[in-house]
Design a protein around this ligand. Structure first.
Ligand code: PLP
Length: 456
């Protein structure tokens, strides 16, 4: 039963959508022509559209619905909190119980001495916070010239001016005059596409050492921080070679540079641990969080900050904050979401049962004639499509193979997968069962087969 009743039939909804709704990351005219699917309800890993199709959601919405759809507990907590205290701010000598309890819980879950939380509304504005936070940290330490943040080409860190500047997506920089000053980039550890004749291990070291070279080029006394996702998500689920992160950790330590781990996708169980930093073995000074924090049921994000950073910030007034920083309803929902993940042993189940099962099935897709490599960590995975596996060749851009499969064949086969360049990716809810994994894999393979027949 939809909350909004009395809505018009699908074709009319699509026409209204096209007339009045500007979609994120979309070409409006192309979308109007292809007609967006109208999603009406969801349960577990299944979406329903206005034509009655049942679609398996291989992307957990936008990498966020970690506990799966339709958990009434979160709705009930939201309703209770709205009745008790729907809003109050945390700006002016006031606080409230949901924000306190969520911050405490996050400090408990986060590794090392990451013990303080600054709340935001999502991942982009949390990364904006991080820019101001690290620059303020160094200014307070008497090194205001340390204002450069190093990121990576093809990184995604959000869509605000700050987030998109930290991101290394040239298409985003091209709109709106980005990046802002003081952001520098090194190359990504994407062996399949950029590794040439190097082994993955050699390549991982080479890419990590670009960080050291960049620090020396800028001058170590000017570098404030390095930001990266433990495993790149929106860049194409790019799993770095094993040599990469230990070398990055060595370099940031050597030059005393703050390490920001963007855990917006990797956090809250996606990689088989609470945080991706634990999976790749790093100790960040700041973690960006969002998405799985509330399983997408309500917007909330934040920065979890180490004691070392927080102690310095505590000595000054941080002139920064959002009306909805630590929104009581969002905090209460996030707390309930974390309770479910923890008490139901969702992360252990991913690590011990469903992720190994998915890995076996996913890696078997590498035998498909279109698939070059199949990469997977926990519940995030990608396929690199290629016309020639032996040379790791890419399809001509205009072929748009992965895009065609995901938008056309997957759409027809009632499975949501996403394309990034020549890669097809998934990031299903952590609640997916082994039987549902079988369905997901069968539909993915069918979509690949149909595309192969068409390309032949
Ligand atoms: N950082 C990463 C790694 C992301 O994947 C995203 C969103 O996909 C963001 C930041 C931005 O988060 P939001 O869309 O909640 O602003």
């Amino acid at each position: 039963m939809n909350v909004i009743t009395n809505y018009p039939p699908t074709a009319e909804l699509q026409a209204l959508d096209s007339a009045h709704h500007l979609h994120p990351f979309s070409h409006a005219n192309a979308l109007a022509e292809s007609k967006p699917r109208v999603i009406t309800s969801a349960k577990g890993v299944w979406l329903k559209d206005s034509d009655g199709h049942e679609i398996i959601d291989g992307m957990a919405g936008l990498w966020c619905v970690n506990i799966g759809y339709g958990r009434d507990e979160l709705a009930e907590v939201a309703a209770r909190q709205m009745k008790e205290l729907p809003f109050y701010n945390t700006f002016f000598k006031t606080t409230h119980i949901p924000a306190i309890m969520l911050a405490k819980k996050l400090a408990e879950l986060a590794p090392g001495d990451l013990n303080q939380v600054f709340f935001a509304n999502g991942g982009s504005d949390a990364n904006d916070t991080n820019i101001r936070l690290v620059r303020t940290y160094w200014a307070e330490k008497g090194e205001p010239q340390r204002d450069v943040i190093i990121s990576r080409w093809n990184a995604y860190h959000g869509s605000t001016i700050g987030g998109a500047s930290l991101g290394g997506m040239k298409g985003m920089h091209g709109q709106g005059g980005l990046p802002i000053p003081g952001i520098e980039f090194i190359d990504q550890p994407h062996w399949w596409a950029e590794g040439g004749d190097m082994t993955p291990e050699e390549f991982g070291l080479e890419r990590a050492r670009q960080l050291e070279a960049k620090i020396k080029e800028i001058g170590p006394e000017r570098v404030a921080a390095f930001i990266a996702e433990p495993i790149q998500g929106a860049g194409g689920v790019i799993v770095p070679p094993e040599t990469y992160w230990p070398e990055i950790q060595r370099i940031v330590k050597k030059y005393d540079i703050l390490l920001i781990a963007d855990e917006v996708i990797c956090g809250f169980g996606r990689t088989g641990n609470w945080f991706g930093s634990q999976t790749v073995g790093i100790s960040p000074d700041i973690m960006t969080i969002a998405k799985g924090l509330s399983s997408g049921y309500i917007p909330i994000g934040g920065s979890i900050v180490s004691d070392r950073v927080a102690e310095v910030l505590r000595d000054t007034e941080f002139n920064h904050g959002y009306t909805y920083s630590g929104h009581p309803v969002a905090c209460a929902v996030a707390l309930e979401n974390l309770r479910i993940i923890e008490e139901e042993g969702m992360i252990e189940n991913v690590r011990d049962v469903t992720a190994p099962y998915l890995r076996e099935k996913w890696e078997a897709l590498a035998d498909h004639p279109l698939v070059g490599e199949a990469k997977i960590v926990g519940m995030m995975a990608s396929l690199a499509l290629t016309p020639d596996k032996s040379t790791r060749a890419v399809f001509a851009a205009e072929t748009g193979t992965a895009g065609f499969i995901c938008r056309d064949r997957c759409f027809a086969n009632n499975i949501i997968m996403r394309s990034v360049g020549d890669r097809m990716i998934i990031s299903p809810p952590l609640s997916i069962t082994c039987d549902e994994i079988d369905i997901l894999i069968a539909r993915a393979r069918k979509s690949l087969d149909e595309a192969y027949e068409k390309l032949k």
